[in-house]
Design a binder for this molecule. Structure first.
Ligand SMILES: Nc1ncnc2c1ncn2[C@@H]1O[C@H](COP(=O)(O)OP(=O)(O)O)[C@@H](O)[C@H]1O
Ligand SMILES: [Mg+2]
Length: 151
């Protein structure tokens, strides 16, 4: 397991960290994003999607649970699923959105906010991105990117 640590001092920084991270992402990857409300998960995904040439508006799919964007990796068209589990109350609700099938499909990329809510249902994770707020500065975030190596 490999860990990269970043200190973000602004929303812009977080977007840039997401943008840079896109270079590591491969087809089929599941990226789990963990951190409290307002921690910067969606901003990070905005940068990541920008780097993957997504033209659609990237927003937290808090009410829809899942958004799908079209992007590109090495000039190849790819679907990017942006999932937000914040409103999930029971793990069984994941069945309604076809979560398992989605997580194991190989021809797209999955970005899962509040991934910790999926418990052991999130059986495949390639990267874990953790966001932590700062006690002293409301614009500072600690971001840790861990490569899970369970391919
Ligand atoms: N360093 C930072 N990184 C990311 N967002 C920040 C930062 N500083 C302040 N913010 C603000 O915090 C909020 C983060 O929102 P968002 O990315 O939607 O969080 P989450 O998806 O984790 O709930 C935004 O309103 C953003 O402007
Ligand atoms: Mg969000």
């Amino acid at each position: 397991m490999q860990e990269q640590l970043y200190k973000s001092k602004s929303e812009k920084d977080t977007i840039k960290i997401g943008f840079e991270f896109a270079k590591e992402v491969k087809l089929g990857d599941v990226v789990a994003l963990i951190g409290e409300l307002g921690a910067g998960k969606t901003e990070f995904i905005k940068g990541l999607c920008q780097a993957l040439s997504v033209e659609q508006l990237v927003t937290s799919p808090t009410f829809t649970i899942m958004n799908c964007y079209q992007g590109k990796i090495n000039n190849q068209e790819v679907s990017i699923y942006h999932i937000d589990l914040y409103r999930i109350n029971k793990v069984s609700e994941l069945d309604e959105i076809g979560f398992d099938e989605c997580i194991h499909s190989k021809n797209d990329i999955k970005l899962v906010e509040w991934a910790d809510k999926a418990g052991n249902r999130l059986s495949k994770v390639d990267y874990k991105v953790r966001f932590e707020l700062d006690e002293d500065n409301e614009n500072v975030r600690q971001i840790s990117i861990m490569n899970e190596f369970v391919r």
